[in-house]
Design a protein around this ligand. Structure first.
Ligand code: ADP
Ligand code: ZN
Length: 754
């Protein structure tokens, strides 16, 4: 009787598959890579369970090739990925694909090999590539092996004598061409491994590598560590919420804890929300701890990602710094997981699998008996609620390092400004005056506006029509001026010339509404021709590394004013910034999203917190049309306590998270009617699954983003306290309508309601 295993394969939304283990092959282990048949295809997947009891009625196919005798993916990570797939109603293969470096799992082994070889060729003399006879492939494939040519046999004989393999450069030197290698890899005789770290992602950040060692901790930092250190030492699951005002020195606490773990021979994982923040923190960690540090984020090249992953996997690393996906860093076990800026929405992946990095970090901590530290000046309502209920240990830092004062905040009512200076004013008198002073004093200013472009909508004053994207139900944003002006869709990137007359009524009275960062930059340049102005938004930092480059220039004071979207509001520490301007503090308040106030509060608090982080006192100027809105008021006052009390009242009254859980189900269709019909069919099935339980079903209704990239969208929400049951009901609905599954996206704990 042969053994049965289940395997996760990289096919979207597919559950694990069951196969017979080949007779005579080494015993199966969880985490090993295997090639399996699926229909006519050959896929590479990961063994997620061994010794399955099969359904006797089912005819099972056999694993085609066993690539590893030991776990390639640490079993702890397989357990975590399985949890993620289950909780977020995603395929385990999807989760493992996002957890692993590119192309470890592949949907088609033939392309897989071709790509690997292509990379080898591209690497040229790169000593990191090592070619070896692959024992796993050689034996079973032998019998049916296609005949080899003389060159290929020669190369194989050469390689067979060196079990550890030879660097690609050596092989090239011995006249083995890449075509020969391609053939051998395709036949499954040799494998290419990438070793050694010849690519150093830290190289670009050498300037931040000098670190004078840990500073003398402040009293508050010491007190916080007195609470956190015993939790870290206990090697038991615990979550701590480190709530510390901006500039209170949270990073020092993370470093002290990571250092403590390292000295105990345990591992630490530091997560940050933004790629641009990784090199800065990684540089500091590297300077403090030396070589045994790795960096993981999606901005690295494929080669770098492989290098870093294998170093961690091989136990050569104590501390990993990275963005969301680094929560899956291949440590066999971990003692500390830090989630910096835990409230940040970029921790949520907005495509399948739609996991939340912070929540996965917490689950990983629970599975591996680790301390999880969530840090923020503006904790999410979810985390704060858990701390209030005693689930998390709350640790607070109330003061800035060296007792630096918080910025003085001026709130400018833009209604009054418009009454005084006209409705096309973007920069208030207070803000202009403030920038003038900074330029004169050789200090710096940050100007935030959470919207790109010149104007955010084009409106016909005669018929009231706004110019919409032909593929999406959103208004087009204008970018560029004069002949270079284009109307662009921020969702699908469709662009067209800005019409001179209304396409609907032909009237020539088109008005541009709402300003964006590009317009603010222009206005600043017109006002301050001698100032060095930089801009950071998705238009200027589309290429890898450009955000880091602009921020570095600003850090070296080669720019006086930096204009940007929320990218500039996050964790950066610029000691010469003494003025922060927020152009439209309330752009987010109008969105149909119950978290609109929370986002606005966080954004204002974070950006105001960027001012005055050095020796000099800071000032902030917040322009708004709603100066009395509680999100604006509390943000300006950096008053978390008042905000959170008010916001929790609202969430409780309307039964929104964190007092309840939500799943957002979006169904796409070629017409809205079709999408609504399909959503209706799924919703009826969900209703059956939750009948008689205190769970609500809202919708189906057209989604706020009714049309996206030419597809119509309908949505419904499942809302209630019993996540297990809600999850099962949604799964049941998909199983009952398999044809709809491809058109449906499930978002558990959504952060976007659109
Ligand atoms: P936060 O993450 O809480 O906003 P940071 O950790 O970035 O704050 O610290 C703010 C600034 O204070 C940084 O420049 C940091 O180097 C400095 N700093 C932190 N702790 C100390 C300390 N104990 N003594 C002196 N400077 C410190
Ligand atoms: Zn569009």
């Amino acid at each position: 009787m042969s053994r049965i295993v289940s395997v996760a394969v990289p096919v979207p939304a597919l559950d694990v598959l069951t196969y017979r283990w080949p007779e005579g092959a080494p015993a199966p282990v969880v985490g090993a890579r295997v090639d399996v048949p699926l229909g006519p295809r050959r896929l590479t997947g990961i063994v997620v369970a061994t010794d399955i009891t099969p359904d006797p009625a089912m005819k099972l196919r056999e694993v085609l090739a066993v690539r590893d005798e030991t776990a390639f993916v640490p079993p702890a990570l397989v357990t975590l990925a399985t949890w993620v797939a289950d909780y977020y109603v995603a395929g385990p293969g999807d989760v493992l694909t996002s957890a692993l470096p590119p192309r470890v799992l592949t949907g088609d082994v033939t392309t897989f090999k071709r790509r690997r070889v292509a990379r080898l060729t591209a690497l040229g003399a790169d000593a990191a590539a090592r070619v070896a006879v692959d024992p796993a492939c050689l034996s079973p494939a032998d019998a049916g092996a296609p005949r080899l040519g003389a060159r290929q046999r020669e190369a194989l004989t050469l390689l067979a004598g060196v079990p550890a393999g030879l660097p690609a450069s050596v092989l090239a030197g011995r006249g083995v061409s890449s075509a020969t290698l391609t053939r051998l890899v395709q036949c499954g005789f040799v494998a290419i491994h990438h070793e050694a770290v010849s690519r150093d992602p830290f190289a670009a950040h050498a300037s931040v590598l000098d670190d004078s060692g840990p500073p003398v901790l402040t009293g508050e930092q010491r007190a916080a560590l007195d609470v956190l250190e015993p939790l870290a030492d206990a090697a038991a699951y615990r979550v701590a919420l480190l709530k510390g005002v901006t500039g209170s020195g949270k990073t020092e606490i993370y470093l002290a804890l990571a250092d403590r773990m390292r000295r105990q021979g345990r591992r630490a994982l530091l997560l940050v929300p933004e790629i641009a923040l990784t090199p800065a923190l990684a540089g500091r960690v590297r300077a403090r701890f030396g070589e045994r540090v790795a960096i993981q984020h999606s901005g690295l090249s494929d080669g770098e990602r492989h290098d870093q992953w294998h170093r961690v996997r091989a136990g050569q690393v104590d501390v990993v710094v990275g963005t969301r996906s680094a929560v899956f860093a291949p440590f066999a076990s971990v003692g500390l997981i830090v989630v910096d800026e835990e409230h940040d929405t970029s921790y949520k992946q907005d495509e399948m699998p739609r996991y939340h990095g912070r929540d996965v970090a917490i689950v990983r901590g629970r599975q591996q008996d680790a301390l999880v530290v969530l840090g923020s000046a503006t904790p999410s309502l979810e985390s704060f609620h858990n701390a209030q209920r005693g689930r998390y240990t709350l640790v607070s830092l109330e003061r800035r390092v060296a007792d630096r004062p918080m910025a003085d905040v001026h709130v400018v009512n833009m209604r009054e400004e418009w009454a005084a200076a006209g409705a096309d004013v973007t920069l208030s008198r207070v803000l202009i005056e403030g920038i003038e002073q900074r330029l004169a004093a050789g200090e710096q200013a940050l100007v935030l506006l959470n919207r790109r472009g010149i104007s955010s909508a084009v409106l016909c004053r005669q018929c009231g029509n706004t110019i919409e994207c032909p593929h999406c139900s959103v208004s087009m944003t204008v970018h560029g001026t004069g002949r270079r002006a284009r109307a662009r869709c921020h969702y699908c990137d469709f662009a067209q010339a800005v019409p001179e007359a209304c396409p609907q009524c032909a009237a020539p009275y088109l008005e541009h509404l709402g300003v964006g960062t590009e317009r603010v930059e222009q206005d600043l340049a017109a006002r301050f021709p001698a100032a060095r102005i930089g801009r950071v938004d998705r238009d200027t930092v589309s290429t890898r590394g450009s955000l880091t480059a602009i921020l570095a220039r600003f850090g070296r004071r080669e720019l006086d004013v930096l204009v940007g979207t929320q990218m500039i509001a996050k964790g950066h520490d610029f000691p010469f910034v003494t003025l922060v301007g927020v152009v439209s503090a309330d752009v987010g308040l109008g969105l149909p999203d119950f978290r609109a106030a929370e986002r606005t509060f966080q954004l204002i608090t974070q950006v105001v917190g960027r001012a005055g982080r050095g020796e000099r006192r800071g000032e902030a100027c917040v322009q708004t049309f709603f100066p009395t809105h509680y999100a604006v008021r509390c943000g300006c006052a950096q008053d978390y306590a008042t905000f959170v009390t008010k916001e929790l009242e609202f969430r409780t009254a309307l039964r929104y998270p964190p007092v309840t859980a939500m799943i957002n189900v979006v169904v796409r269709g070629t017409t809205l009617e079709q999408a609504l019909d399909a959503a209706g069919a799924l919703a009826r099935e969900v209703a059956r699954g939750i009948a008689g339980r205190p769970i609500a079903l809202l919708g189906p209704a057209p989604a706020p983003l009714m049309k996206l990239r030419g597809e119509h969208r309908a949505q419904f929400f499942v809302k209630g306290g019993d996540r297990g049951l809600m999850n099962a009901a949604v799964r049941g609905a998909l199983a009952a309508h398999p044809a709809l599954a491809r058109r449906t996206s499930i978002d558990v704990d959504p952060v976007s309601m659109l």
